[in-house]
Design a protein around this ligand. Structure first.
Ligand code: TYD
Length: 205
């Protein structure tokens, strides 16, 4: 089963990925957690280029294609073989991030970004995607708690950018049946419980 987590920066998805991983392992399942961009030697190198604060001159076209390249490698090297072996694969971000951030956020044509994602992921379509949705004001508040020097290149973006990214996610949640949108204002435990329920519904159904 392939499960992905999506949401704006600081939405709390990494905490949920970790909790779910612990639970599935305690049930004896084979689980692999990956983070995007990254997850293979080649993809981690691409990640460093993408998130390096010094790369201020990066074009949006370059950004889109580097995310796609990192993902293609991850799909072929890690995700597909694990899914074929019946493991759980949990990804902290996946192709929906490119639609939300690069198409909606950066303004690259949606049809093109969609087509590129199909090419890159092939059969590795997530079974369930959890969108942890938080309002922009909450992103701003949580971001203000982090020291400016610790923010990566994309986290330094302006409010306007995050508004567009959120619109992108809400659009995807209404377009794709595999999406489950969760209110990010709920407690960590409440969100975790919703996730468990959704996964067991899927497994039974
Ligand atoms: P990361 O530090 O992994 O952030 P997070 O913990 O919030 O997932 O950095 C990933 C950044 O890259 C994040 O700001 C979202 C952005 N991103 C894209 O713009 N497009 C993509 O396709 C992906 C996977 C991430």
């Amino acid at each position: 089963m392939f499960i992905t987590f999506e949401g704006l920066d600081f939405c709390g998805k990494s905490t949920q990925v970790h909790l779910l991983e612990k639970l599935l392992i305690s049930q004896g399942a084979q689980v692999k957690v990956i983070r995007e961009p990254g997850g293979t030697n080649i993809s981690e190198k691409i990640r460093n280029v993408l998130l390096d604060k010094k790369n201020k001159e990066m074009l949006v076209e370059t950004e889109l294609i580097l995310f796609a390249a990192s993902r293609a490698q991850l799909v072929g090297e890690i995700i597909l073989p694990l899914l074929e072996a019946n493991a759980y694969v949990i990804s902290d971000r996946f192709h929906d991030s490119s639609i939300a951030y690069q198409a909606f956020g950066r303004g690259i044509k949606l049809e093109f970004v969609d087509e590129l994602q199909k090419f890159v992921i092939g059969k590795a379509v997530p079974d369930i995607t959890f969108l942890i949705d938080i309002p922009i004001e909450e992103v701003v508040r949580r971001k203000s708690l982090v020291k400016q020097v610790e923010l990566d290149r994309i986290e330094r973006s302006k409010i306007d950018f995050y508004k567009k990214v959120r619109e992108g996610y809400l659009y995807l949640a209404s377009r794709e049946n595999r999406f489950s949108k969760i209110d990010g204002a709920l407690s960590i435990e409440e969100i975790h419980n919703i996730i468990i329920k959704e996964i067991s519904k899927y497994s039974k159904g």
